[in-house]
Design a protein around this ligand. Structure first.
Ligand code: BGC
Length: 451
């Protein structure tokens, strides 16, 4: 596995960054819509007189529909193109938000959450896929992970919006309705942004593909090289499900699905969805203090993701994953030990510190890299469908962890629950060390030849 950076890489045009930043609004909506519900739920509960089960439905229906949407969206992205698929997701984000914000009763509210779930299931992998096919290999890590950065920003903005509208009558309608603005911008932007040259070339629109490939900083000669590499790869690939489950692609398929699995079962969303509860239990008795602590965890998530963006194309994916997961293990171990101490200020401080160490590790490693990896490791012919399999695993386990966390704490206590996530993190570390190849600096066509 030799590392090969394109030699004739010209200066990256601003257009590439514009494409990546605008389409990453899909990531913002992913973060916003998954983060906003924790605060909004407090008010929706009162507005619709919800019992506990109905509250769980309000939260979890989105995750379930995201998992359902993923496999269909993969076929869609391969059939009608990445750009049109993101357009559909943007439209669904708008429709879902309209339903939720205007819902006269709980039924329509849940329908809106489900529609947003479909949108997230589609956009969570189509946006990284779209960006990865449009960025030069030397900065692909940075560009694709802009999406993850926007996920983390979306989560923090959602917390802030929740706090700001908490005192306003029917403030929850604003909390949910405001997402229409970024969704509309995404829709308009995708209307004008180009399809990826790789999808176009694969579908025989060579002249269009050439024009776009040149617009993103390549020469005619580079394009001819791309076409040769694509043709060579496409000759050995048949495409479709049979190809995906063939012996040759078993390894990348497993790697993608296992990364998606480990990203979730190492417990990130217990922190994203439940940290106010965690902080209250360790001794921050006022709700405001707990919300502040939660927001600071969100901010560390954003800042550490920024650091990852800077490092991904410099030191590579593997070292970041290894350091990141090690840091998560230390954080979880410390959190479990801390829980054994009597409640009080000291315990709360250690809990906040442990969570920061954990979230830092996630944000430099599994957070961005799980999505980046599945956007770059699959051969073109099966890229959409393969990514959607990994995405389905991701949302499926997101759903499962969200649903079981509080029950696990009741059954085996908080310390053992966090140690369980720690053990799963240890397994993920072993998996990374022995299974994950380095993809830094390689073109997508070169990565295809690894398998
Ligand atoms: C994960 C989400 C998580 C978020 C937190 C994403 O990469 O897929 O489940 O909530 O990171 O930053």
């Amino acid at each position: 596995m030799h590392s090969s950076v394109q030699v004739n890489e010209p200066k990256t045009p601003a257009f590439v960054y514009i494409i990546a930043s605008l389409s990453a609004l899909g990531g913002f909506l992913f973060g916003y819509d998954t983060g906003v519900i924790s605060g909004a739920l407090l008010f929706i509960k009162g507005a619709f007189n919800l019992v506990t089960f109905e509250q769980e439905v309000a939260v979890a229906i989105l995750l379930l529909f995201a998992a359902f949407a993923a496999p269909f969206a993969g076929k869609l992205a391969d059939a009608i193109g990445r750009r049109r698929t993101i357009l559909i997701a943007a439209a669904l984000f708008i429709i879902g938000a309209l339903f939720m914000t205007g819902a006269p009763g709980f039924g329509l509210f849940v329908a809106g959450r489900a529609v947003v779930g479909l949108a997230i299931g589609i956009s969570s992998f189509t946006v990284p896929l779209y960006i990865s096919e449009l960025s030069p290999p030397t900065i692909r890590g940075l560009c694709v992970s802009l999406n993850q950065l926007m996920v983390t920003v979306g989560i923090v903005v959602a917390y802030i919006v929740d706090l700001s509208f908490a005192e306003i009558l029917s403030g929850w309608r604003w909390m949910l309705g405001l997402s229409i603005i970024p969704a509309a911008i995404l829709f308009i932007a995708m209307w004008f942004l180009p399809e990826t040259p790789r999808w176009l070339a694969k579908n025989n629109h060579l002249e269009q593909a050439r024009a776009i490939f040149k617009k993103i900083g390549n020469s005619d000669k580079d394009f001819d090289g791309l076409v040769v590499a694509l043709e060579e790869n496409l000759r050995v690939e048949k495409g479709g499900l049979r190809e995906l489950f063939s012996h040759r692609l078993r390894r990348p398929l497993m790697i993608g699905m296992l990364l998606a699995f480990f990203q979730q079962v190492t417990g990130i969303n217990t922190i994203i969805y439940y940290s106010p509860i965690i902080f209250q239990q360790v001794g921050l008795d006022s709700a405001v203090a707990a919300l502040w602590a939660t927001s600071s965890v969100g901010v560390i998530n954003v800042l550490s993701t920024l650091l990852a963006l800077w490092l991904l194309d410099r030191i590579g994916r593997r070292p970041l994953l290894i350091w990141g997961i090690s840091s998560m293990i230390i954080g979880l171990l410390a959190l479990g030990i801390d829980w054994l101490a009597p409640a009080g200020e000291e315990r709360a401080i250690v809990a906040i510190a442990s969570l920061m160490v954990y979230i830092f590790g996630f944000a430099i490693g599994l957070g961005p890299i799980a999505w980046l990896f599945i956007a770059e490791i699959y051969p073109l012919k099966v890229r959409g469908i393969a990514m959607s399999c990994a995405t389905m695993v991701n949302w499926g386990f997101n759903f499962l962890i969200a649903l079981t966390f509080l029950t696990l704490i009741e059954l085996m206590g908080a310390s053992w629950t966090f140690w369980l996530y720690g053990l799963l993190s240890l397994f993920s570390l072993i998996f990374v060390i022995f299974w994950i190849p380095e993809t830094k600096g390689k073109t997508l066509e070169e990565i295809e030849r690894l398998w």
